[in-house]
Each structure stands twice: as C-alpha cells, then as structure tokens.
Design a protein around this ligand. Structure first.
Ligand SMILES: Cc1cc2nc3c(=O)[nH]c(=O)nc-3n(C[C@H](O)[C@H](O)[C@H](O)COP(=O)(O)O)c2cc1C
Length: 392
C-alpha cells in the first residue's frame, strides 16, 4: 500500500483510503444519491472554466492566507462537518480537528459525529464550529447550543438540505449500518482490511456521540443511516427555526446547504454571517445544481456583506482558485480530508490540506496573483468561448 509520502494529490489519498477501508465503509464515504450525477457534476462543473493568467506580476512571494468569520486562516480551505469519523479511523474527529488546528483553519464537528462537543473542545484549541441538524427532540438543539457556547466554538452551523435522507443506494446494497454489522455478503469486505481491524482494539466508539444518550434502547440499536435520519430529523424544519437559532446564538451563524439566491437573501435578512453553498456533496437532492455554478448569482444577490463558502467538488487547488475567482470567500472539503483520515489519521488529514494549499499557491503564482483578494473573474474564461477584447 502506498505510504503517505507517496501521495502527491487527493486522488492518491483516495486510492489509499479505498485500500484501507472495508468496502461498505468506503462506499458510505464515497457515495452520493441516486445515480451520483450531482456528486460527479460538483467536480466536473469546474471544467467549464479556463484561466486567463496575467504575466510579469512578481510572484516571488504568494500569500494564500485569508479571513473568514472574523478569524485569520492559513489558507482558503475549511474542513466540512462529516458524520461518524470513527468509521474511517480510530482517532476519529480528534485527528481531523488537530490537523485543522496545525494547518490553521476551521474544523466543523457534525451533530452526527462520533465525538462529543465537550470532548473535542477539551482536546482541540483550534478554530471550530458545531454543525446542528434540527432533531424531532427540540431539547437536543438547545443542548447543542449550550454545549457549543460553553466549549468556546467560534461559530454554529445549521444544515438545511437534509429534511429527510437522500437516497444513497450504495448503503442499501452494502447493508451499511451504524454501528457497522458486517452481513454475510459484506464480510469479505471487512476480513482483509487488517489496518482498519487493528483499530478496533483502540476504541469502538461507533455511535452518534451527541445524540446517543437521548435515544431509547431500540433507537440506539443498529440502524441504517437513512432510517436514522428519517426517524430522528424533523422534516417540518422551516425559516422560523433559523430565526429562533439566530436569536439564541450570539456568535457567527453559518447556513449550510443553500443554492438559491432567494434563500441566501432571506438568510441574510435573518442575520446569518456565512453561507456554505452546498448540495451536501451530492448526497441529498440528486440533480441539485453544482455549487460552483451557483456562486456568481449568490454573490450578486447578497453583495459583499455575507461570506460565501463553496462546499463540494474540490479536488485540486485549481478548483479552489476558480471558486474564489467566481466570488467565493473560501472553500470547504469533505471527502478529500476523509480520504486523508482513512489513509493516515491526523497526518493524512494534514496531508490533504497541504496538498490543496500547495496546489492553490502554485496556481496563484502561475495566474499572477500574490494574495487572495487579487483573484477575480477577469482570471476566468468560459471553455468554448473566445477571450473577449478589453473595451477600448
Ligand atoms: C461521509 C460523509 C458524511 C457527511 N456528513 C455530514 C454531516 O453530518 N453534516 C453535514 O452538514 N454534511 C455532511 N456531509 C457533507 C459534507 O459536509 C460536505 O458538504 C461534502 O462532503 C462536500 O463535498 P465533497 O465531499 O465533494 O468535498 C458528509 C459528507 C460525507 C462524505
């Protein structure tokens, strides 16, 4: 198996993750809804744009640092909230949060994570936000808010693209459950994954840590993610819930899963600080628009007072730079850091961030930009169209 030193891009980390993880767990990480059209489109939509570089720009020093939600980041890349990191590595969310801290960016802890809000707060002193879903048990949301405040989380994030579960057919075929219970069919997929199996001796925290105590014995038992979401999440979630959350949380509030300019404007009026322009990595509404295709209209709709984070499809530094050129303030990654987590725990997550950061810096230099705020739409030309003459 390829060592981390020999992983030169995100695809190398993906290959290593695939070789490490039992097949149902890899499919849970990788999969999208229905035919995975949105999943593929999130990345391929970047190919509609080509760069128009400026030359002779003195790029001896290129600085990818930026500011987001009032904090300085080492680069324009965040770690998106993802559920059940214990599936991928025994150091679970701690490893990802520590890597984000070492790199200098935000880590998003998911309400579906396998680590408690307060445990992560005690072990990581980096930037972090907590991502909530609205459960039918509204008391849980109040508990999340109180713990996030107490734990010093810099921001809160509400995900709004999951009123019900998306149709992730890979999980249905593989029989993926939480905790994982290999069926006879899936047994072979677990049996040969020695590195992953060795992690079982370290811990078996395969539960949704911030929710587990509130579930009754039947609810705590083995279930598919789809069943869990459909039983526990409240599909009646509405704008009133966002208003309520905004009135209860006095720090920066991020709304995740918005693609429509109308929704963005409405959220802005309620007082949201940032929007994660996202279709949940193609795991929820199949055929939802690719985030990169939504950025220009969203930027026009909200002006410069609301921060836009492109979330979904980033696999290269060129994707990061294209997103910034279209009007995003930063980008967020899910699968790329999870590949790193599966491939090598904290070091693997850091490797994913470092790969994307190095590619971003190289792209900026070759584009003739020495700082993030120098990247703009003049650096992009739609593929298939001739470069326009400047007005004389
Ligand atoms: C395994 C996995 C679990 C996820 N769990 C959550 C979650 O609990 N909450 C959430 O808001 N988004 C979740 N997401 C979506 C990510 O936050 C993010 O939107 C998506 O991964 C971005 O697309 P990318 O993987 O192409 O970077 C999850 C994504 C993956 C791959």
């Amino acid at each position: 198996m390829m060592s981390l030193d020999r992983c030169h891009n995100i695809q190398d980390l993906q290959r290593r993750a695939r070789a490490t993880l039992p097949h149902p767990i890899y499919d849970y990480l990788e999969g999208g809804a229905d035919d995975e059209w949105s999943l593929k489109r999130n990345t391929s939509a970047f190919d509609n744009w080509q760069f128009l570089p400026n030359t002779l720009m003195n790029v001896a020093s290129v600085n990818p640092a930026t500011r987001l939600l009032g904090h300085k980041l080492a680069g324009p890349i965040l770690l998106s909230p993802t559920g059940m990191s214990r599936l991928f590595h025994h150091d679970k969310e701690f490893a990802a949060a520590r890597a984000a801290e070492r790199f200098g960016t935000f880590y998003g802890l998911s309400a579906m994570g396998s680590t408690r809000i307060e445990e992560l707060a005690d072990s990581s002193h980096g930037l972090k936000f907590f991502q909530v879903y609205i459960f039918k048990d509204r008391g849980l949301t109040r508990e999340f808010l109180a713990k996030s405040k107490q734990g010093g989380y810099q921001a809160l994030c509400l995900t709004v693209d999951t009123p019900i579960a998306g149709n992730r057919e890979r999980d249905i075929y593989s029989g993926m459950t939480i905790p994982p219970r290999p069926t006879l069919r899936a047994l072979a997929g677990f049996a040969t994954k020695w590195r992953w199996l060795a992690g079982l001796a370290k811990n078996r925290d395969f539960f949704i840590a911030n929710v587990a105590d509130r579930l009754n014995a039947t609810e705590r038992g083995t279930s598919s993610i789809i069943d869990f979401v459909n039983k526990q999440f409240d599909p009646s979630i509405s704008w009133q819930d966002l208003e309520w959350l905004a009135s209860e949380w006095d720090g920066p509030l991020i709304l995740k899963g918005v693609l429509s300019p109308d929704d963005a404007r409405r959220a802005q009026r309620i007082g949201v600080s940032a929007i994660m322009v996202s279709n949940h990595g193609g795991r929820q509404l199949e055929c939802a628009a690719a985030p990169i295709d939504c950025i220009p209209a969203l930027r026009d709709a909200v002006g410069n007072d609301l921060e836009l984070i492109l979330d979904g499809g980033i696999r290269r530094g060129t994707h990061v730079v294209k997103a910034l050129a279209m009007g995003a303030d930063a980008c967020s990654i899910g699968r790329p850091y999870l590949y790193g987590l599966a491939a090598g725990g904290e070091a693997g997550v850091l490797k994913a961030l470092e790969i994307l950061q190095a590619e971003t810096i190289r792209t900026m230099a070759l584009l003739g930009a020495t700082a993030i705020d120098e990247i703009n739409q003049s650096h992009l030309v739609p593929v298939g169209r001739l470069v326009a003459q400047p007005p004389s």
